[in-house]
Design a protein around this ligand. Structure first.
Ligand SMILES: *Cc1c(COP(=O)(O)O)cnc(C)c1O
Length: 430
């Protein structure tokens, strides 16, 4: 007979820390920004996650946006299971990867071809190489507070994780790796010159809270890139297929030259992609001279999951998600107002953010950084006690998905009322 005792989050995290640096495989998961011990997830279904102690939380992390249909969606699970019985990776082309590429190309006007890989970071680092190879120029322009994954050339100023840790960049990136990277403020069109290969931008910033592009910003970037012959790269790893089928570029009616994807297009499995105009994309090897490869690229499980996700994301779904996101943000705002907790919940389409403090929602990183991190930490733990899991960082989005039905949204609203009151009490007391 087994005498198994329920493992605790604390005991398992302690064990993890012995073999995994910080106990996590992605820095922000460590609760460093909020304090305390992370919960270890045992399973997830729909809008819920359960930790190893059996506690259930309404999940607004949703794998940082990789999940949009809810956890363990039956159609995704079936697609992945069926694919797995046919083998998990071959190292040869497949029909499945062609079908996902076709699905992306059919939905995004500026994307004529797409190369699939296994993470958003791979996608952005490939886009850097491709932009440089295509233009024959070295310089890359990025925006302060935008995040493009863990790739050296784009870690000049950092993004969500780095901002939360309060570091200027990161150790381990040689000066030479970023000497051609220019970091400029978000929502201001920089003056470019002919040394610039590409401008990388999150068309809706979702890694410094949620910050909308101001009127004319994206069109201004398009015009400035065209003026000097630089490529405009939209990093739609979060916004792609989350804001709508056409992503941010359809919402704002701007065509990017290259677009990077990840998260939603993998249906919750590891994926990344670079898409764009044919002439640029054919600069990639084996046609062109810009090298790219990946053992697990176009993985059959990921492409099956991704294809299923895109099929289920009909226009009606986005309309519904927008309404829910607006409703959630209004409920949370009202709850904070009622409790006397100064907070903003900016919404851009299906994305909602959180900002603690008086005043308007931020328009750039300097403003986003004025968020009251202590209020966030306190609110984060109060919400967790109320059974709602937020991402453990003050600069992350709230990910509302198909599984967050009206009753779940209402439950988050009610939890926010209690958590906001508890936060105010705690902030006053300490
Ligand atoms: C998540 C993210 C990335 C990195 O994707 P990974 O799959 O985590 O490597 C890149 N850009 C943006 C905008 C992201 O949100």
């Amino acid at each position: 007979m087994s005498t198994s005792t329920t493992p605790t989050n604390a005991a398992l995290f302690e064990r993890s820390q012995r073999v995994i640096p910080g106990g996590v495989n992605s820095s922000i998961r460590a609760f460093k920004a909020v304090g305390g011990t992370p919960y270890l997830v045992a399973r997830a279904e729909g809008p819920y996650i359960w930790d190893v102690e059996g506690n259930r939380y309404i999940d607004l992390v949703q794998s940082y946006g990789a999940i949009i249909l809810g956890h363990a969606h039956p159609a995704i699970t079936a697609a992945v299971s069926a694919a797995a019985t046919r083998g998990t990776s071959y190292g040869a082309p497949t029909e499945g990867e062609m079908l996902l590429a076709e699905a992306i190309v059919a939905r995004v006007r500026s994307v004529e071809m797409v190369r699939l890989m296994s993470s958003g970071t791979e996608a952005t680092s490939t886009a850097v190489r491709l932009a440089r190879g295509y233009t024959g120029r070295d310089r890359i322009v990025i925006f302060h507070g935008n995040f493009h994954g863990a790739t050296d050339a784009l870690l000049a100023a950092g993004g969500s994780g780095v901002a939360t840790l309060g570091l200027p960049g990161t150790a381990g990136v040689p000066a030479a790796a970023v000497e051609n990277t220019l970091v400029v403020p978000y929502n201001a069109v920089p003056v470019l010159d002919e040394r610039v290969a590409a401008v990388f931008v999150e068309p809706v910033a979702a890694n410094m809270g949620v910050v909308a592009p101001t009127a004319g910003f994206l069109a201004g970037l398009r015009a400035e890139c065209d003026r000097v012959g630089a490529l405009l790269v939209f990093d739609e790893v979060i916004t792609g297929f989350r804001l709508g089928a056409g992503g941010a570029q359809a919402k704002y009616d701007i065509d990017a030259d290259l677009t990077t994807y990840g998260k939603v297009i993998g249906g919750g499995l590891p994926i990344g992609a670079v898409g764009g105009r044919r002439a640029i994309m054919e600069t990639l090897s084996p046609i062109g001279n810009v090298f790219q490869s990946g053992t697990l690229s176009g993985n059959p499980l990921a492409t099956a999951a991704g294809r299923t996700a895109l099929e289920l994301l009909t226009p009606d779904v986005y309309v519904e998600l927008m309404a829910r996101t607006r409703h959630l943000s209004a409920l949370m705002r009202d709850a904070c107002v009622a409790a006397g907790l100064a907070a903003q919940f900016p919404v851009v389409g299906t994305l909602a953010g959180m900002f603690f403090g008086d005043g308007d929602a931020p328009t750039n990183f300097a403003e986003a950084k004025t968020t009251d991190e202590r209020a966030f930490r306190t609110f984060f733990h109060a919400m967790l006690r109320e059974g709602v899991a937020l991402a453990p960082g003050a600069y992350e989005a709230l990910f509302v998905g198909v599984a967050h039905a009206d009753d779940v949204i209402e439950a988050i609203g009610a939890a926010t009322e209690r958590a906001a009151a508890a936060t105010v009490a705690e902030l006053v007391a300490t």
